[in-house]
Design a protein. Structure first.
Length: 110
C-alpha cells in the first residue's frame, strides 16, 4: 500500500492563489496579481479488523477567500484590498473583541 500522505503532499503543492484565480493578468500595461487566503484539509480513517474487506474512507475540501490584488502600473505597485472580504473577516473579530472587553470590564467591577 502506498503512503497516502506523500501522495496528498505531491498533489497539494500546486494549490494556492494560482489554482484558485489563475495567472496574473495584464491589461493596457497594468498588471493585476490576485491575492487570496487559500485553505484546504484532508482526512481519512479505516478499520483494521483483519478481515477480507477493509472498511475505510476519506475526504477533503478547500476554500478560497479573495483578499485583494496587487496592481502594478508603470514603476509603482499598490495593494487594492477586497473590502467585502475585509468586512466579512473584520465584523466577527470586532464582535468577539467587544465581548471579551465587556467580560474584562465586568470582572474588574466585581
Amino acid at each position: 500500500m502506498t503512503n497516502i500522505a506523500l501522495k496528498l503532499a505531491e498533489a497539494t503543492r500546486s494549490f494556492g492563489v494560482k489554482s484558485a484565480y489563475g495567472d496574473p493578468v495584464e491589461i493596457d500595461g497594468v498588471t493585476i496579481i490576485p491575492v487570496a487566503y487559500v485553505q484546504y484539509g484532508f482526512g481519512g480513517g479505516g478499520d483494521e479488523t483483519g478481515g477480507d474487506a477493509e472498511m475505510g474512507g476519506g475526504g477533503g475540501g478547500g476554500m478560497s477567500i479573495p483578499v485583494g490584488a496587487y496592481v502594478k502600473s508603470g514603476g509603482t505597485v499598490r495593494f487594492d484590498p477586497n473590502l467585502v472580504s475585509l468586512l466579512a473577516v473584520g465584523i466577527p473579530f470586532v464582535w468577539v473583541a467587544g465581548k471579551a472587553l465587556a467580560r474584562i470590564i465586568r470582572a474588574f467591577k466585581s
